[in-house]
Design a protein around this ligand. Structure first.
Ligand code: GLY
Length: 458
């Protein structure tokens, strides 16, 4: 194996995304970057795509992910490239085109995107550095250690500029929404294939393993693991209670009770993040819980309108979950008592959702427009989004109810009469329920990208 692997990009521009939207997107991003430069006091910025590093004491590379700020600018991503942006000038793209017989070369630049840049190709990783000599007023965004060595007087990843870029990314352009829709379409196709495989196993009274379901997912998505925006979470039975269960078992369980699958897809670097829960039984308590969470999830999606403070949605989610727990006779306390005693937090310990985009937990969810932190509501330490929503935001809405004994048992021990222990015992083998959709906030009603994608797939 060679030590200097430069894999070709797999984030091909997707044929189904309307390329005519790209120039307008790029112009908008350049304007946002220029404004961020003005506010941070820098004259220009160099945005590096990134470079893979090796595993410790090995010549194999750790899977590489592009610097998301580079991906914001360009639909095709490969290592050792950089864009130099100077207000009023055509952005300069330093594109590596290595002479390499070990690996497939990066794609040849296509006119539809490359024509918007002053393009300079280079054969090796760092020769382009000679083209960027003036470091006065220069900011550099990237994590290759070479950048700090080479640009010793430039500002490397200055916080104020980074905040400006992060803020710009919270509102998506039409091009980005097209990418996100495409990611949802791929993920919905793959989720449907997994749902069918699970239903077929249940119907034939056989079993299936988590790894088998993962392979079904990947085959239907036609995406390699490194293209998926996060490791697939596929939990059968009690594994559904492990919030990030990625330890896919090769052996099927003796019996199927339930499936929780939280799995995404990517399109031109943009992520989908979707969760569905299934019961092996048509009408047991777990099946009823799925219906209840699905209903309250859709209520919450409808509330994701411009001007809504996401923290209020988080609090509202807890109220709705308390209602469901009471209605299903799992908890024998009213809503206010459950909230006061922190009972819903034991059943639903994570945040309601997060921004979604080039990163699955997209940036700026916890900062105001000036980069100051916006506190989470007390008692909600894992919430990832505390901003007011605005048109163009894309985010997830993902309430859940789980049987997590380490959280529930201390509460049950304190106040046994508040809990229906036989209901909890019946739910325990099913793990938990989570329903998660990707939602576009607009000036009118929210657009549910996930449910649109499932509807189009059927
Ligand atoms: N759905 C995976 C995550 O949000 O971490």
């Amino acid at each position: 194996m060679s030590q200097a692997a430069t894999p070709a990009s797999r984030h091909d521009a997707n044929q189904q995304i309307d390329r005519s939207l790209y120039p307008q997107h790029l112009q908008r991003v350049l304007r946002l970057i220029e404004r961020a430069l003005e506010q941070s006091g820098h004259d220009r910025v160099l945005i590096h795509s990134g470079a893979a590093s090796d595993y410790f004491l090995d010549d194999r590379q750790i899977p590489w992910h592009v610097n998301p700020h580079y991906a914001w600018l360009l639909p095709v991503h490969s290592q050792h490239c950089a864009v130099l942006i100077e207000p009023g000038q055509t952005p300069r793209l330093f594109l590596q085109q290595p002479v390499d017989f070990w690996h497939a070369p990066p794609q040849t630049p296509a006119a539809w995107w490359a024509d918007h840049f002053e393009l300079q190709t280079h054969a090796d990783s760092y020769s382009w550095l000679d083209q960027v000599n003036d470091q006065a007023g220069l900011a550099v965004i990237g994590d290759d250690p070479m950048l700090a060595q080479r640009f010793q007087t430039a500002a490397i990843n200055p916080a104020r500029l980074l905040h400006g870029l992060h803020l710009g990314r919270t509102v998506k352009s039409d091009w980005e929404i097209g990418c996100l829709r495409q990611a949802s379409a791929i993920a919905a196709r793959a989720h449907s294939a997994v749902a069918e495989a699970f239903a077929a196993a249940v119907a034939s009274n056989t079993v299936v393993s988590e790894l088998d379901l993962h392979l079904v997912y990947q085959q239907a998505a036609r995406q390699c693991e490194t293209e998926l925006p996060y490791d697939n979470i596929i939990g059968l039975n009690e594994h559904g209670a492990v919030l990030h269960f990625t330890d896919l078992q090769k052996q099927p369980p003796a019996r199927l009770h339930s499936l929780l699958i939280d799995a995404g897809a990517s399109a031109t670097g943009y992520a989908a993040d979707i969760t569905r829960s299934y019961s092996a039984s048509a009408n047991d308590l777990h099946a009823q819980l799925i219906l209840a969470v699905d209903e309250l999830q859709q209520q919450l999606v409808a509330m994701a309108t411009a001007g809504t403070d996401y923290r209020d949605l988080q609090l509202q989610a807890h109220r709705l979950i308390a209602t469901a727990l009471q209605d299903l006779d799992i908890v024998r306390l009213d809503v206010d008592a459950q909230l006061q005693q922190g009972i819903t937090s034991a059943f639903f310990p994570h945040g309601l959702g997060h921004y979604l985009g080039l990163q699955v937990h997209d940036v700026c969810g916890l900062e105001d427009d000036h980069g100051e932190p916006i506190a989470r509501p007390e008692g909600h330490p894992f919430l990832r989004l505390t901003r007011k929503l605005e048109a163009g935001n894309v985010l997830t809405i993902e309430p859940g109810i789980y049987i997590i004994d380490q959280l529930l048992q201390p509460l049950q021990a304190q106040q046994p009469s508040a809990f229906n222990s036989s209901a909890i015992d019946a739910l325990r083998p099913c793990g938990g329920v989570r329903i998660e959709d990707d939602v576009l906030v607009t000036d009118a009603a929210p657009v549910n990208l996930t449910r649109e994608a499932f509807a189009a797939h059927v």
